[in-house]
Design a protein around this ligand. Structure first.
Ligand code: PDD
Length: 285
């Protein structure tokens, strides 16, 4: 049984209830985070809490908690659930009003909800073989840097991949790579790792930051710059990154092999560095 947190109370997930007037339900008016937990240690906790703060500020939703309070709630949710490795989901919505009105309520009582699931990272066969993806036009709004719960476009784009037996949809906007429906995308060409710069068109991924830090610390040649769709289609390697997928090779895009169709050496190296980094951080508490 999963234990969750709702507005100050820790309770079984199947007993938690939210008003149908909640603006998260009616308008998708809220922010969220997904925090991976390894051996009961939340990974990059400060960074997740800082990104939440940034999303809340951008959508003008007063942050109900200080960073130390968030950390305490997150740790309590981890402690109260059974798994060693977890995926903690945290959501703050603008709360319930007594009528449906697009404008913000005068008095905001945010709804704070956290739950945890067992963290399921990609199975060995996916890492060993790589995964197949499709591409699509990125038809989302112009604030993809905000981690809001209004994810219908992302859901449609992900389902587009699932319908074709693939795991992710790689998105292009005006001829340039943005990201995946729920991941960031890296490519390799001639030994250089490339990824798009942070902007309003993509989510500033926590894993994306870790991967770039590892590229710097290991002296891997890399460039953060705009990437043309055509470059992606001629990449030697493609990877997707996220808190739950970690670093996962993409070996087919739109039914064509990426590079030689096998996971490439730099992706495998980056995955190994990522695991080492995780283990080192977790051991140091
Ligand atoms: N998604 N881009 C999008 C659109 C995402 O939804 C995510 C993560 C990422 C990667 O961000 P990070 O490295 O911080 O996980 C990029 C989460 C896992 C989700 O919605 O479940």
């Amino acid at each position: 049984m999963s234990l969750c947190y709702l507005n100050g109370r820790y309770q079984p997930l199947d007993e938690a209830q939210v008003s149908p007037m909640d603006r998260g339900f009616l308008f998708g008016d809220g922010a969220y985070e997904v925090i991976p937990v390894y051996s009961r240690h939340p990974f990059r906790l400060e960074e997740h809490v800082a990104r939440l703060e940034s999303t809340l500020a951008s959508i003008r939703l007063p942050n109900p908690h200080r960073p130390d309070e968030w950390a305490a709630i997150i740790r309590e949710v981890i402690d109260r659930n059974v798994w060693e490795d977890q995926s903690v989901y945290l959501q703050v919505s603008r709360g319930a009003d007594d009528k449906r009105n697009h404008a913000f309520p005068k008095v905001v009582r945010p709804t704070v909800f956290l739950m945890s699931e067992q963290l399921i990272t990609p199975p060995d066969y996916q890492r060993e073989e790589g995964v197949a993806c499709v591409s699509a036009a990125d038809f989302r709004w112009l604030r993809c840097d905000l981690k809001t719960v209004a994810l219908l476009a992302n859901c449609l784009l992900r389902q587009h991949a699932i319908d074709q037996g693939c795991v992710e949809t790689v998105l292009f906007r005006d001829g340039f790579l943005t990201e995946g429906s729920s991941s960031n995308i890296f490519m390799v060409k001639d030994g250089v790792v490339l990824t798009p710069p942070k902007s309003h068109l993509m989510l500033p991924g926590i894993t994306y930051d870790v991967v770039l830090e590892l590229a710097v610390s290991h002296g891997l040649q890399h460039e953060v710059r705009e990437i043309l769709e055509d470059e992606v289609r001629h990449a030697d390697e493609l990877w997707m990154t996220s808190s739950t997928k970690e670093v996962l090779p993409i070996t087919r895009l739109d039914d064509k092999a990426v590079g030689n169709g096998r996971p490439g050496p730099l992706g495998q190296q980056m995955y190994a560095w990522y695991q080492d980094f995780k283990n080192t951080v977790m051991r140091s508490g």
